[in-house]
Write a protein that binds this ligand. Structure first.
Ligand code: Z5A
Length: 215
């Protein structure tokens, strides 16, 4: 019988510190070697990286409708699930995802305002029964994460990052509401804590839940 791995996802407003914590976790799990698989969305496959470029570089000359945006994220995700995530989980690997379908539920559903039923249907088509076992929601006030992003200093904001601050307040609240609906999957992290404090909290949660599976 094949072993089942663990599917861990990180979510939150942009600049909340997901990538920083994923790096910390990767360091702690380095001994797993190729049993550890990292993904980011959109991206992670040839098609996914193309979609990332299309979505991030679209500008006023090449507008993307909200529905097209939804379908592009879904197209990237379905490739990632079938090429990378599902095979990895089926063979007992640990997958750490920088964003997954909750990002679509919140950014395209709540913040863009596409109908919930439409978003759920597309999400279902994209991932089937491949869902995270645990999701760390890095919760932060968007004005604090914005400040971090401007001090990070790497160039221009992309298409979504240019949205007004109110958009990101909707994103934050949307995530908190979703976490309340799925308390067994979501772990809410205060993303304003120090990097090392957050890393400890995440590690303690994982080792408690998956005792032995991370060895
Ligand atoms: N999107 C969507 O709409 N629908 C979808 O289905 C999906 C995505 C999958 C992806 O952008 C965009 O696509 C995103 C949502 C949308 N758009 N927005 N807006 P991305 O992948 O390019 O970026 P991101 O995921 O939004 O975030 P990011 O820029 O990668 O940031 P992060 O990973 O969350 O944060 P970080 O890079 O770890 O940290 C940001 C800065 O804060 C950095 O300078 C750190 O050193 C600093 N930092 C981190 N932690 C701390 C703490 N604890 N204290 C102080 N400073 C810290």
């Amino acid at each position: 019988m094949s072993r089942r791995g663990i599917f861990i996802s990180f979510e939150g407003v942009d600049g909340c510190g997901k990538s920083t914590q994923i790096k910390e976790l990767r360091r702690r799990l380095r001994r797993l070697g190729d049993r550890l698989v990292l993904t980011r969305e959109p991206g992670g496959t040839v098609l996914g990286e193309d979609v990332r470029r299309i979505l991030q570089q679209a500008d006023d000359r090449r507008e993307i409708t909200d529905k097209a945006e939804l379908l592009l994220f879904a197209a990237s995700r379905t490739e990632l699930v079938s090429e990378v995530i599902s095979p990895a989980i089926a063979s007992g690997k640990i997958v750490i995802a920088d964003r997954f379908l909750d990002s679509t539920t919140i950014y395209q559903g709540v913040a863009r305002g596409l109908p919930t039923e439409m978003v759920e249907t597309i999400n279902g088509i994209a991932v089937g029964d491949c869902l995270p076992d645990i999701t760390f929601l890095m919760d932060i006030d968007p004005s604090d994460s914005r400040r971090r992003m401007t001090t990070r200093g790497n160039a221009d904001l992309d298409r979504i990052e240019k949205m007004p601050e109110a958009f990101f307040h909707q994103v934050r609240q949307g995530y908190l509401d979703l976490a309340k609906k799925e308390p067994n999957r979501f772990v809410i992290i205060d993303a304003m804590e120090k990097v090392s404090t957050i890393a400890e909290r995440i590690w303690a949660t994982l080792t408690e839940r998956y005792d032995g599976l991370l060895d």
